[in-house]
Design a protein around this ligand. Structure first.
Ligand SMILES: *Cc1c(COP(=O)(O)O)cnc(C)c1O
Length: 356
């Protein structure tokens, strides 16, 4: 398959890098590719960024058959561009595709498409500390049809968005709200895949948390409302009695690449790290006995998000002393140093655009 490239006649003005937010601006070009049963995935192309026109009956608008990924490109001190573990994103994209009955992509070819797009859009990778170019690969069902079945046709696209530093006001702990009413996902359902409906399902509890003065929701399992799953759209880690503990991948938890990176680093640093079920009541016991030292979320957007307070029923649990815990800080620094090319990369996590 050959990739065609049609450049934009006019390029946009670049934004002020110190005023970037999240997800509001998009670069000059996008990647598109189509699927139908006769041709399979075909017509890969880079084109000017543009709006889609679609029939109001397009299946994705009605039944949510869509998947996405999220990763970032980072500017290095020498002006190069790094991707961080991008093959893991395309592997997970295909796992999501299988679960949603979407035809799989050739992972290598999808990554090549992204690399070509980034080569064209290099000027959109911001250089102010903490900024990056967010990458959003997406697949949507495109049959114009109102019956419930898997679509026969699909569109795969990649768009790019320059984003600001996640911690503009400093690397401060957030307050999280444990919901014992709403659930995000159940075992056997869609929790382990990045599909649109999961985020729609999370909105109501998120608003409830905000209304009560909390930033994120800590989700419990969908069957017993007993075991800790994730925080917002991040995985969660606790430091209990000097041991790093994170919920095991139960089928309803998204398998985060940042989560995997934290676990691998912990093993390398000889820190005890355990993936297991953690009941919210167990966490409360550790807190009351003074054993809960740290809590933090992990995900591409924030990398590490320290948690300063956990609210469960009538309990307000203050984690640590209110400042960022030493392990949260250590993981954040180690991961971002590798991503931005400031540190050695012994595991070959980084894919520099120059060598891709
Ligand atoms: C994307 C996502 C994560 C984090 O995954 P990363 O690969 O680390 O970015 C965690 N939970 C949910 C629900 C997610 O959508």
């Amino acid at each position: 398959m050959t990739l065609s490239i049609k450049s934009a006649d006019q390029l946009k003005e670049l934004p002020n890098e110190s005023e970037l937010n999240f997800g509001t601006l998009f670069s000059d070009h996008m990647f598109n590719m189509d699927y139908n049963p006769e041709k399979g995935w075909h017509n890969p192309r880079i084109e000017p960024y543009h709006a889609f026109s679609m029939d109001p009956s397009t299946m994705v608008l009605h039944y949510g058959q869509s998947i996405f990924e999220g990763l970032k490109a980072f500017k290095t001190p020498s002006g190069g561009v790094n991707l961080f573990r991008p093959r893991e994103n395309f592997k997970r994209f295909n796992r999501s595709a299988r679960k949603l009955c979407i035809p799989e992509l050739d992972e290598g070819f999808a990554l090549e498409g992204l690399v070509e797009l980034l080569k064209l859009e290099k000027r959109w990778v911001p250089g102010v500390p903490g900024t990056s170019l967010y990458i959003r690969p997406t697949i949507i069902a495109t049959d114009p049809f109102l019956g419930v079945r898997a679509s026969y046709t699909y569109r795969f696209f990649i768009i790019l968005s320059p984003v600001g530093a996640y911690y503009k006001e400093g690397f401060n702990p957030v307050k999280i709200w444990v919901t014992d009413k709403h659930v995000r996902a159940v075992r056997g359902g869609m929790g382990e895949v990045k599909t649109a409906g999961n985020y729609a399902a999370s909105l109501y509890a998120g608003e409830e948390a905000h209304h009560n003065g909390y930033t994120q929701v800590l989700w419990l399992d969908g069957v017993e409302l007993k075991y800790i799953e994730e925080v917002g759209s991040m995985n969660i880690f606790f430091v209990i009695d000097n041991e790093l503990v994170t919920p095991s991948l139960s089928g309803s938890i998204l398998s985060g690449i940042t989560r995997d990176t934290v676990i691998r680093l912990a093993k390398k640093w000889d820190l005890p790290v355990t993936e297991r079920r953690i009941a919210i009541d167990e966490l409360v016991d550790h807190y009351e006995a003074g054993r809960l030292q740290e809590a933090f979320g992990s995900g591409t957007a924030a990398v590490i998000s320290p948690v300063g307070e956990i609210k469960y029923k009538d309990k307000n649990m203050a984690v640590g002393d209110g400042s960022v815990g030493p392990l949260a800080k250590r993981f954040f620094d180690a991961i971002t140093d590798i991503q931005y090319g400031r540190a050695e990369d012994p595991e070959n996590w980084v894919l520099p655009l120059e060598t891709a």
